[in-house]
Design a protein around this ligand. Structure first.
Ligand code: MG
Length: 203
């Protein structure tokens, strides 16, 4: 399986990192080895002094697809959750300044947190739900999927032009504003609407 991630999909987050609004979705991949194992803490890697949390709505692909029309994209996922796209911001900034790929800042072991999967049928409209990240019981990111520049269905269509989507592939749909550093001892909780989807400790 592969993990396909979208960058710069919320205007307020683009502004907080002083990036430009993309004319097309920003896409990158993470390997399956980046998935944080269940019930394991997240260890801050020694190559970074500035690892940021990025909570994102995630969807799991349930059938093979290529060149998917946006109007049929909703048929390609049943399960949704929230996850964290951990980012070594200092490493990313250095790589970006050199015009290099940024995988070392985002695809390292443990950098992908997956919440528990739930059926999208639990929600009236997954394109209009709220999700939140709590750090030590304080809300640090508060996102609304309707504020995405590119909706989940548009993203599925777009990425399927380049990559065949397979069963079990996961798409991270971009983070809203409020990204920030994590420190040893932090506790992170992710919510999709009112339901807790993950809880992790940072070490
Ligand atoms: Mg991200």
């Amino acid at each position: 399986m592969k993990i396909i991630c979208i960058g710069r999909n919320y205007t307020a987050h683009i502004e907080e990192l002083k990036n430009k609004k993309p004319s097309e979705p920003v896409v990158f991949l993470k390997p399956d080895t980046s998935i944080l194992l269940k019930k394991q803490p997240f260890f801050i890697p020694d190559f970074s002094n500035d690892v940021h949390h990025e909570i994102e709505l995630i969807v799991k692909i349930n059938r093979i697809g290529k060149h998917i029309d946006p109007k049929f994209a909703h048929k390609y996922y049943d399960e949704v959750s929230v996850g964290i796209d951990f980012t070594a911001r200092d490493v990313q900034s250095e790589l970006r300044a050199k015009g290099l790929p940024w995988e070392c800042s985002k695809a390292f072991d443990g950098a992908t947190v997956l919440g528990k999967w739930v059926s999208k049928s639990k929600f009236d409209n997954i394109l209009d739900v709220n999700f939140k990240l709590f750090k030590n019981d304080e809300v640090v990111q508060d996102g609304f999927t309707k504020l995405m520049l590119y909706s989940v269905d548009e993203l599925i269509s777009y990425v399927s032009k380049y990559f065949t989507l397979k069963i079990g592939d996961i798409i991270f749909t971009g983070t809203p504003a409020g990204v920030g550093p994590v420190a040893a001892g932090d506790q992170l909780k992710g919510f999709l609407e009112k339901e807790e989807m993950f809880y992790i400790k940072v070490k």
